[in-house]
Design a protein around this ligand. Sequence first.
Ligand code: PMP
Length: 392
Amino acid sequence: MSVEREVYLDNAASTYCNGEVFFAMQPYFITNYGNSSSLHQIGYKARKAVEEARVNVAKIINADPDEIYFTSGATEANNWILKGVVAASPIKRVLISAIEHPSIIEPARWLSANGVEVEYIKVDENGVISIPDLLSKLSKPTCLVSVMTANSEVGTVQYINTIANICSQNNVYFHTDATQALESVNIDVKEMNVTALSLSGHKIYGPKGVGALYIKRGTRIDTLIHGGSQEKGMRAGAYNLPAIVGLGKAVEICMRDGNTNNTRMKKMRDYFIQEVERRITGVKLNGHRNQRLNNNINFSFQSVSGESVAAMLDAYGIRVSTGAASCSEKLTRSYVLQEMNVSDDYINGAVRFTLGRATTKEDLDYTIEVLVDVIKRLRSISPVSVKTEVAD
Ligand code: PMP
């Protein structure tokens, strides 16, 4: 087979920056470059742009604009909510799901090393949070529960409404990391009783290095960065103006085109799943079959290593990951799949394909053809490959 095209199926790691977003940002580098704290006209233009972006970000989750705080991304937002709530609360105990992104897991570990009790809520084989486990762990006083809206690796979407209501009934703050879910899942923080939510620009066709934390008015949380009066003094420092404008535009496009994009993406996702399952044996779809992100497909191929599959696909112009980008560099076994009780053979053969707005059916057909061939070749040289031949 020859390299016929470039196919980017790693949109969960990062998306391209949408052209409309890029052009909306441009003036804020060159002409409207003011500091939003300055009292003159150029400063005013900057301030106005920041506030317009804030209105858009608030709108997509039905928050009020004054509940949105701009950050350098979801990692910062996630660190802030965990450390900030614990610092401001007399209750030093938090619950997080066992399959959170490292930007929740690592600050939680840090808290744990600093005397805070951290417990991990279990998930089932589909990556769905165990409600009985959550309820039992809430029997002790807790200041914060954090459960991601959707998992970046296996795409499972949580029953956020139920979890948020349970937390609210127990008077516990509830945070959700919606980084992967903003376009795929409808979120209404007011109706759902969500205390805090993280999001990021570069997963929704906006720029990298910008994100936001929604914090419900009245929430007790410590300041993240001390300094000037930006973000009500909670997160000081001159605004990353072009990036904030870009985030605002990216969110606006999600609201405008979300339905069309989601319908198209879901159709392609299901087509890809169906074709892979039809043509390759010894394959397992990781994550919930229906309750999953519209653009996420995570397959484990028995008797091959995910890294080998990804490397061979790369040689054919097809870009995929073996798991979350922030973990795959380390070549460690996926803790998400381990928590879901996936067997070792399948964990090693996991590959994540995440579709994007630019993905076409032709891209998927090419990927399927190459994938069938790659799996066949890898299994033919695998010492453990016995009954898992490719079907055609
Ligand atoms: N949370 C989730 C679920 C993510 O997928 C990512 C990015 N991989 C992050 C947080 C971190 O986002 P950022 O790159 O904006 O810091």
